[in-house]
Design a binder for this molecule. Structure first.
Ligand code: NAD
Length: 452
């Protein structure tokens, strides 16, 4: 095993060095998960629920340490990291209610009784990105465990630290050995092996659309079940009849939150033409007020980008002749800093409006009327999230129904809740996480006819 040098993005210095897993370690983890599966699926539902609650309690007890570790490793503001670890705890608590509620059906048939069972799949491979490391892992681990599966979790190489803590915490909380295994290594080796492994029944993946496409192909070889949570280029549609001050005040965090490294980033701000001037005046105030700096400073609203590579990629979307309307502040190096940047006016055909930037760059695109707003918002290969701002309730309903996207909010930019389904249309993915829907993706339905 060689080493992974884990970098702290705010300083560009090595934070920790950990062993780099390869295909052999993946095989060992899958074997451990396979061996643990029969006993874990057989744990009485109430006992499995109790173990999951104990895991939530243990994570809560360790939440400040985990928040600081995540803030440093992912370069995110400490307040955001605390919110994420809070959601991790909440997610295990929410799904701890599931083992006792995985209900089947009885179906009227001739000559007997027909009933269905929701059976666990077996060993599930969970592959997660670096932008929301532990929280996205929890969206997968919690329903998978609740349904009686065992797990091999592969965190991103850039941010493996909280997942490695989770593996230890799970044992402390009473999860049997082998139920939750973590392998920290490269996607091209460890992720690929998980996808192709004959003993892995399902892959739940969050990451880029490009890698997701390869995973769907790789999983076809063994007909694995696949959930894909992929990229986005979401529209924040602001009509002239909206509360413009509220829409403008909320827009920066919806695209610059997590330094724009958010699959739900509303990176295309569509503004009705007659409201452009007023909206831009308010937006500029809000962007300039964002404090960019040390993730561990309690007042910080935005930290650095994750890596030098990401800094270079994001910079390529703002060439010297880009129409920069205004920018916020950013510290000088060391660290991977990029200021929140607003490009305007843009068209939906510009590269920055078409590709997922995954950095703090917003495009403001003017439109005229409802029809054009819908056409522009839908003119993308993605369909993950989005917002509609208007004081006209009927219009809000018309527009959200017309948008080809999985997660929408009206007069708000919030996308994700533990108790509601999350996932994308079009090339933003397949399947749903969170809420009641996630359990469908970690079970198969078995139908049994019993002749009487
Ligand atoms: P990525 O696709 O490069 O990597 C994601 C994970 O896949 C990592 O763990 C990586 O090691 C692994 N991986 C890479 N190559 C692989 C391969 N060939 N086989 C198997 N696994 C492989 O994505 P990223 O750069 O870590 O994250 C950013 C992307 O994730 C963005 O596109 C973003 O939109 C997306 N994302 C989506 C959601 C969502 O819920 N829809 C949430 C967060 C991030």
């Amino acid at each position: 095993m060689s080493a992974i040098e884990v970098i702290e993005p705010a300083t560009a210095e090595v934070m920790e060095s950990i062993p780099r897993a390869g295909a052999e370690e993946v095989d060992a983890a899958v074997a451990a998960a396979k061996a643990a599966f029969p006993a874990w699926r057989a744990v009485d539902p109430a006992d499995r629920a109790a173990i999951m609650r104990s895991l939530a309690d243990e994570l809560e007890r360790r939440s400040e340490d985990l928040s600081r570790l995540e803030a440093r490793n992912a370069g995110k503001p400490i307040g955001d990291a605390r919110g994420e670890i809070g959601m991790v705890v909440e997610t295990y608590r929410y799904y701890s209610a599931a083992p006792e509620r995985l209900l089947g059906q009885t179906i009227p048939v001739a000559g007997g009784v027909d009933m269905t069972f929701r059976e666990p799949l077996g060993v599930v491979g969970l592959i997660v990105p670096w932008n929301f490391p532990l929280v996205i892992a929890s969206w997968k681990c919690a329903p998978a465990l609740a349904a009686g599966n065992t797990i091999v979790l592969k965190p991103a190489e850039l941010t493996p630290l909280t997942a490695l803590e989770l593996e230890k915490i799970a044992l402390d909380a009473g999860l049997p050995e082998g139920v939750l295994n973590v392998v920290a290594g490269p996607g091209s080796v460890c992720g690929k092996r998980l996808v192709e492994h004959p003993d892995v029944a399902k892959i739940a993946f969050t990451g880029s659309t490009e890698v997701g496409r390869g995973i769907a192909e790789g999983a076809a070889g063994t007909i694995k079940r696949v959930t894909l949570e992929l990229g986005g280029k979401s529209a924040n549609v602001v009509f002239a009849d909206a509360d413009l001050a509220a829409a403008a005040a909320a827009a920066p965090s919806a695209v610059f939150g997590n330094s724009g490294q958010d699959c739900c980033a509303r990176s295309r701000i569509l503004v009705e033409r007659e409201a452009m001037d007023d909206f831009m005046t308010e937006l500029e105030k809000a962007v300039r007020a964002m404090k960019v700096g040390d993730p561990l400073d309690e007042d910080t609203a935005m930290g650095p980008l994750i890596s030098a590579d990401q800094l270079e990629t994001v910079g390529s979307f703002v060439p010297d002749d880009a129409p920069v309307a205004f920018r916020g502040e950013a510290p000088e190096g060391p660290g991977y800093w990029f200021p929140p940047t607003v490009l305007a006016p843009m068209t939906n055909d510009d590269r920055a409006a078409r590709e997922e930037i995954f950095g703090p760059v917003a495009c403001v695109i003017p439109f005229s009327g409802e029809e054009e707003a819908i056409r522009l918002a839908n003119d993308t290969i993605y369909g993950l999230s989005g917002s509609v701002w208007t004081e006209n309730g009927a219009r809000a309903i018309r527009v959200v129904r017309a948008l080809d996207t999985g997660v929408l909010s009206v007069n708000s930019n919030s996308s994700v809740r533990v108790s509601t389904p999350f996932g994308g249309f079009k090339q933003s993915g397949v399947g749903r996480e969170l809420g009641p829907d996630a359990l469908d993706h970690y079970t198969d339905v078995k139908n049994v006819y019993f002749a009487t």
